[in-house]
Design a protein around this ligand. Structure first.
Ligand SMILES: Cc1ncc(COP(=O)(O)O)c(C=O)c1O
Length: 310
């Protein structure tokens, strides 16, 4: 498996008109299934589980979770078992994402929303650990301290690939941004685009993951670009992403990378970036999510297609 990603220049009239040099860090290309930040965040978790002789990994996610999808596959590849604690009803078991997760050997454990909210509660986690003593518990989104080193490799690669001023990434649970911040060590401006409406806790969550011995001042989470909340977007948002994809040949999806893209375009229009800035957009993958959105008719089936996951 190729574990580094390429950096590609992306051209669009709005970038030229504003004198911006824009590139995309193609983590979406790392692997069709464990793509984007999934591979980065899971890499050292998988290694830790193997080296410490765990039987498997337990983690948490929604019923269309990219993380659950990637974790199931990665565990199968590594000879580890996997259990997904899934928010929602068991009917979801036959959806696009979870069908594949089960094919890769994941056991699904559906819980109601109230129970799911306990996913970071110490007592709840202790009980879970007692029930499955030989399983490594990995938080939602794979965002724990082990994830940071894997994400940090993005910065190591970028430092060899280019010089840049600003990097943008979508933010869900904060692990990706935290890994970037720690590895970057205040070299560049890091902008996290929150894809959630209720994101007040995110800055604290990122700080919680970061090493306390260092002071990081080069990052910020922008909260105004969630477009209605997690996985919400308007027809107009969808059309803007589609036309950008058609113009550039890249595929941004509307839950993570597409929200970052729309935020970026809006920020350019607001004059946020100075002329000549060199900007990197981190494409965090998640293209499997398109399959689930097509299944629920949340995307126009005439323009989007189910990604090939082979
Ligand atoms: C495709 C994709 N991009 C970005 C993110 C956000 O990353 P994080 O949860 O580390 O903030 C996620 C969620 O993990 C994701 O699935």
């Amino acid at each position: 498996m190729q574990t580094q990603s390429t950096l590609e220049r992306i051209f669009h009239p709005i970038f030229e008109n504003n004198n911006l040099i824009v590139s995309v860090k193609r983590d979406d290309n790392i692997h069709p299934i464990i793509s984007g930040n999934k591979w980065r965040k899971l890499k050292f978790n998988l290694r830790f589980a193997k080296e410490n002789n765990y039987t498997g990994i337990i983690s948490f996610g929604g019923s269309f979770s990219n993380h659950i999808h990637a974790l199931a596959f990665a565990c199968q590849q590594q000879g580890l078992k996997s259990i997904g604690i899934i928010r929602g009803e068991s009917d979801y078991a036959s959806n696009y994402t979870l069908t594949m997760a089960q094919q890769w050997g994941m056991t699904l454990n559906f819980v109601d929303r109230k129970t799911y909210r306990l996913r970071e509660d110490t007592d709840y986690l202790e009980n879970l650990q007692q029930k499955y003593p030989d399983y490594l518990l990995v938080p939602e989104g794979g965002s724990n301290k082990l994830a940071l080193a894997g994400v940090g490799e993005i910065i190591t690669e970028l430092n060899q690939q280019c010089e840049f001023d600003t990097l943008l990434t979508p933010v869900g649970s904060g692990g990706t941004l935290a890994g970037l911040i720690q590895a970057d060590n205040n070299q560049h401006q890091l902008l996290g685009i929150s894809v959630l409406k209720q994101d007040g806790y995110l800055t604290e969550q990122v700080n919680h993951l970061l090493s306390e011995e260092q002071h990081f001042y080069n990052w910020q989470i922008l909260s105004a670009f969630h477009r209605g909340g997690y996985a919400k977007f308007s027809k107009e948002d969808e059309q803007r992403i589609v036309s950008f994809n058609l113009q550039t040949g890249f595929v941004f999806e509307p839950v993570y990378s597409g929200k970052m893209l729309l935020a970026f375009l809006d920020l350019i229009e607001q004059g946020y970036f100075s002329k000549g800035q060199r900007i990197v957009l981190l494409h965090t993958g998640g293209l499997q999510g398109i399959g689930g959105m097509l299944e629920r008719k949340l995307l126009d089936g005439n323009v989007w297609s189910v990604p090939t996951l082979k």
